[in-house]
Each structure stands twice: as structure tokens, then as C-alpha cells.
Design a protein around this ligand. Structure first.
Ligand code: NAD
Length: 269
């Protein structure tokens, strides 16, 4: 993909699922990657091995990678993590805000701690990392790119997951507001909105054929997406082919945001 070779990219929550696939794809296109993990270095072993295997498979030479620990929801750790990525890679051109969690609970039983926990990782964490990346871009008078991994639930309500829905709705505004604030200073901010994607966050239904079929029956294209399909679109938005795009969220969802229940007419017969 044009314009990614030699770029320095930080992926938060890069130790599994969509974040892992994004780190591997950037490496495939010749970018250097900083892979953020939450607690133990071993969490990121699998991503590291996949990045190394990918780099040798596609014969990309000189691609560097570093592993950077940090909880994005804690201000001091987020600051330190972005600084480590800058130091380890020798700069930063692209931030991918991917770290995310969800907690399922009927709202009448939802504690303020659990609500705050989800907002802390998905929204506060994205803001903190974005702020640190923006400071770096501005200090260096260099262009930069931020990609927010949001969700179809920035548009579609998700009952029973209030913190998650609210955090992703907020992420949409984070994307548009930052995009407008920094468009004149060479910083692009975009998002992707994955639909149901096969990753560990969805363990509850992936390994249960009955539940999987139920999930997939709601998707117009009839199947869940793969982490690699999310990674390809993320890389496109960071590439030179996406150079004139800012403030957008691209839904990568097999048609889930197309109001699928209108496929069969029911409202105006
Ligand atoms: P995942 O559980 O595999 O990955 C989440 C990653 O975030 C993990 O690496 C985890 O260690 C990391 N993380 C969690 N809390 C963190 C913290 N405080 N600090 C740093 N890292 C932290 O799930 P995934 O499906 O790959 O999710 C990645 C992103 O994609 C999330 O933002 C999620 O909301 C979004 N998303 C996923 C789907 C889906 O169906 N899988 C759909 C829409 C959006």
C-alpha cells in the first residue's frame, strides 16, 4: 500500500484480535510497529512472532518492532507508553487507538465502576493516546495520522452494553472533532467501524455453532468479518491512497449498518 513503508506506527491493544492483525498488516507494508500490551510482555509474544514471520514472508527488510507495556486508561502509563514507542521506533507517524473492552449487564444492574471502566479504556484511553501523538506530531512539525477502531455501535444502540455503546458514540465525536481541529496542521483523524468480527472479544458465540449462526443471520453478507479485513481498511486510511480523507468512520460490517430488517418490506405495504 502506497506511503506506508518506513512509517512508525503504534497500535494499542496490539496483543490480540484486530490490533494484532493491524500490526502484522502494517509490517507487511514495510512500516515499523510498536505493539502495546496491557500487563505481561508474554501477552504480545504471538503478535511479535506473527510480525516477524510476516516480515520475512513478504521480504520486507529493515522493519523494526518494539513491544510497549501500558494501560491506556491510566494517564501516566499512556504518556509513558507513547514516549516508549517514539523512542523505540525513532519517531511516530501513525497511532491506532484499538484497545477496547466491553461489559455486559442490564443497565439497572450496572455499577458506576463498570461504566467508568469501559469509558476509561475505550474513550479516555483513546483521547490520552491521541493527545500524546498530536503533541509529538506538532513538536516535530510533521504530518500525522490517527485511526480510531470504533464499532458499528457508534451508530447502532447496543442494549445491555451501555458503557460500550456510549464509548463508541463518543469515539465518533473524538474522530470528527480532532479531525476538524487539526486538519489545517497536517493531522488526519479517521475511524473504522467493525461489525461482528472473529476475535477473542467474541468468544461467547464464536465457538458455539448455534449462537454463531444466530449472529450471522443478522448480517446481510451472511458471515462475520475477520480481523484481517479490519486491518486492510485501517492501513488504507493511513496510506497515501487515503491522504484526502479525514473525520470519517468507514464501517466494515458486511452491511450491518444498512438497516437489514428493511430487506423485506414491512412498513409501507
Ligand atoms: P480483543 O479482546 O481481542 O482485543 C482487545 C485488546 O485491547 C487486547 O489486546 C487487550 O489486551 C487490549 N486492552 C484491553 N484493555 C486495555 C487497556 N486498559 N490498555 C491497553 N490495552 C488494553 O478484541 P478485538 O475484537 O480485537 O477488539 C479490538 C477493538 O475492536 C476494540 O476497540 C473493540 O471495541 C473493537 N471492535 C471489535 C469488534 C468485534 O466484533 N471483535 C466489533 C466492533 C469493534
Amino acid at each position: 500500500m502506497r506511503g506506508l513503508k518506513g512509517k512508525n506506527v503504534l497500535v494499542t491493544g496490539g496483543s490480540s484480535g484486530i490490533g494484532q492483525a493491524i500490526a502484522v498488516r502494517f509490517a507487511e507494508y514495510g512500516a515499523n510497529v510498536a505493539i502495546n500490551y496491557l500487563r505481561e510482555r508474554e501477552e504480545a509474544d504471538d503478535t511479535e512472532q506473527q510480525v516477524e514471520a510476516c516480515v520475512s514472508r513478504v521480504k520486507q527488510e529493515g522493519v523494526r518492532h518494539v513491544l510497549v507495556r501500558g494501560d491506556v486508561s491510566k494517564e501516566d502509563e499512556a504518556i509513558d507508553m507513547v514516549a516508549q514507542a517514539v523512542e523505540g521506533l525513532g519517531g511516530l507517524d501513525v497511532l491506532v487507538n484499538n484497545a477496547g473492552i466491553q461489559i455486559s449487564r442490564p443497565t439497572e444492574e450496572l455499577s458506576s465502576e463498570d461504566f467508568e471502566k469501559v469509558l476509561g479504556v475505550n474513550l479516555l484511553g483513546a483521547f490520552l493516546c491521541a493527545r500524546e501523538a498530536i503533541r509529538h506530531f506538532l513538536d516535530n512539525e510533521a504530518p500525522g495520522c490517527i485511526l480510531n477502531i470504533s464499532s458499528v455501535h457508534q451508530r447502532i444502540p447496543k442494549p445491555g452494553y451501555l458503557g460500550y455503546s456510549v464509548s463508541k458514540g463518543g469515539m465518533q465525536n473524538l474522530t470528527t472533532t480532532l479531525a476538524l481541529e487539526y486538519a489545517g496542521r497536517g493531522i488526519r483523524v479517521n475511524g473504522i467501524g467493525p461489525g461482528a468480527t472473529i476475535t477473542p472479544i467474541n468468544q461467547a458465540w464464536i465457538e458455539d455453532p448455534e449462537k454463531k449462526e444466530q449472529v450471522e443471520s443478522h448480517i446481510p453478507m451472511g458471515r462475520a468479518g475477520t480481523a484481517d479485513e479490519m486491518a486492510g481498511v485501517t492501513c488504507f486510511l493511513a496510506s497515501d491512497d487515503g491522504a484526502y480523507i479525514t473525520g470519517q468512520t468507514l464501517f466494515v460490517d458486511g452491511g450491518l449498518t444498512l438497516y437489514p430488517s428493511f430487506l423485506t418490506p414491512w412498513s409501507s405495504e
